[in-house]
Design a binder for this molecule. Structure first.
Ligand SMILES: [Zn+2]
Length: 166
């Protein structure tokens, strides 16, 4: 039922309004690269979380967005338009360039002494408050994002020992 006049289905006409809009929205394109970046970031973040260490996922995303924005700005400064595929290529390069490991503990300062966290435990039929870990309150050095990390008692003691040795 389709119009087969062109045989190969090639259309020769002016871009529709919707297509024109796509050009304007180029900067917001590159969803694939964003997805890849977020996936990578999630796996890096998870490794830090497992070690009870902070990670600033927000700053990682902001820096990624800034890098894209700057690269597109530079490339289109002469009035050149970028195609969707080109934008994607740029953003994928940035995924490789951006070191997602950088947003771990070195990116933070500890803002207070670790605070003990107690849990109610039943011992010989009596409720007791037992310290099971410590809350480490961090703040990211760049934009001040807060990050509280719970550290199990054993790991906390290990860290305190190391600190004392220094
Ligand atoms: Zn941050």
């Amino acid at each position: 039922m389709a119009d087969e006049a062109g045989g190969l289905g090639i259309i020769s006409r002016n871009p529709t309004l919707e297509e024109q809009q796509n050009f304007i929205q180029l900067r917001r394109e590159s969803k694939d690269a964003r997805k890849i970046m977020k996936k990578k970031r999630e796996s890096v973040r998870t490794t830090y979380v497992k070690q009870h260490l902070p990670y600033c996922a927000t700053c990682a995303l902001y820096d990624f967005e800034d890098l894209i924005e700057n690269k597109i700005k530079t490339l289109t400064r002469g009035g050149a338009a970028l195609l969707h595929d080109e934008v994607n290529k740029i953003t994928l390069d940035i995924t490789k360039e951006l070191n997602l490991e950088d947003y771990g503990p070195k990116f933070f300062t500890l803002i207070t002494e670790p605070e003990p966290v107690a849990e109610q435990k039943l011992m010989d039929g009596i409720r007791n408050s037992v310290v099971t870990g410590y809350n480490y309150k961090y703040q990211c050095k760049k934009l001040g994002h807060k990050n509280t990390v719970w550290v199990p008692l054993e790991l906390h003691e290990e860290r305190s020992k190391k600190k004392r040795k220094k």
